[in-house]
Design a protein. Structure first.
Length: 168
């Protein structure tokens, strides 16, 4: 975890970016905020460069099927999280290829950035079953990425604690 000015560890702030902020980034935010996945070490946020007005209903459905809380999820602009009073991010992940190619705001601090290419489940057309499968596939892909990220980050926390160092 990051160390605050008072010396207490605070959860890492993690931002997930996608163009529409209606499916993949929302799913990642909800999953990492879930104690069974994020283990209380993270505070996740999501945003988009051109956010949709609402969260995709199938994103809410797949999260509910996996018993992950959804009431506070909303689609929002990345400008909201780049504002002066916004939390400082420790990690920023783009989860769609188009957002990875866009010019992003300048984020305060020195967040670690990475790109996870996750196919857009909202772009899938066809039967309800095909669309639901696309959302489940995106969920499972994001879960694998998040589990690896959480495990790697937890290993770094444990290593820092054992060596007497802290990360900022």
């Amino acid at each position: 975890m990051s160390v605050s000015q008072s010396g207490n560890r605070r959860p890492f702030n993690v931002l997930f970016l996608c163009t529409g902020n209606s499916a993949r980034s929302i799913i990642a935010e909800a999953m990492l905020n879930d104690p069974s996945i994020g283990r209380g070490h993270f505070r996740a946020f999501s945003a988009g460069s051109h956010p949709r007005e609402t969260v995709h209903p199938l994103a809410i459905d797949v999260l509910a099927q996996q018993q992950i809380s959804t009431p506070d999820l909303r689609s929002k602009s990345w400008d909201e999280l780049a504002a002066p009073n916004a939390p400082e991010m420790d990690f920023i992940f783009t989860v769609c290829d188009s957002a990875a190619r866009e010019a992003c705001p300048i984020w305060p601090g020195r967040p670690v950035t990475a790109h996870w290419s996750v196919p857009d489940p909202a772009a899938v057309t066809g039967s309800d079953a095909a669309r639901q499968t696309a959302f489940l596939d995106a969920f499972l892909m994001l879960r694998r990425h998040l589990e690896t990220f959480v495990d790697d980050t937890a290993s770094g926390i444990a290593g820092s604690s054992r060596s007497g160092t802290t990360s900022s």
